[in-house]
Design a protein around this ligand. Structure first.
Ligand code: FES
Length: 163
């Protein structure tokens, strides 16, 4: 069955992901758990992946999109190679998180939830990332930058820019 679904949807899931889907197939809350794992595998939820999950679980595609659009956590567009998460939690906001966000938008020429033309960076505004003592906090890829000031941004971005 998996092979037929692959042919129809044109996207391949890892065996790990297929096993995860099997494991959650009949359990309550399974859509969230499965889509979470899809996003881990692709970095977002590609449309073809949503279609494939719908077919594998035999649920309407609209139901899948209902879940994806309800939870901000799920992304519908492919993030940049380095996703930049600017914390907009209360502590960070009060310490200038918005300035960081505006400066990033200015430097990269993109807005929140957009990707630079070269696919290198995307910007995301996120809720508290749990490091309030370091406010304002921004995470670039996997690296956390605390007590950030906007004048440090060009130097930080240049470290992540492919030469
Ligand atoms: S508010 Fe930004 S880390 Fe908590």
């Amino acid at each position: 069955m998996a092979t037929d679904v692959k042919k129809e949807t044109g996207i391949e899931f890892s065996q790990d992901l297929l096993d995860h889907i099997e494991q959650w197939r009949e359990k309550p809350g399974n859509l969230i758990m499965i889509l979470h794992r899809v996003q881990q595998e692709f970095g977002y939820i590609p449309r073809e992946a949503a279609k494939k999950v719908a077919k594998l679980l035999n649920v309407p595609l609209a139901k899948i999109y209902g879940v994806i659009t309800f939870y901000h956590y799920f992304k519908l567009t492919k993030p940049g190679k380095y996703n930049i998460q600017v914390c907009m939690g209360t502590a960070c906001y009060l310490k200038g998180g918005e300035d960081i966000l505006e400066e990033l938008e200015k430097i990269l020429g993109i807005g929140v939830n957009q990707v630079t033309d070269d696919g290198q960076f995307s910007i995301e505004a996120v809720r508290c990332v749990g490091a309030c003592g370091l406010a304002p906090v921004t995470i670039v890829g996997e690296d956390v930058f605390g007590k950030l000031t906007k004048d440090r941004l060009p130097e930080i971005l240049s470290k992540f820019q492919d030469k």
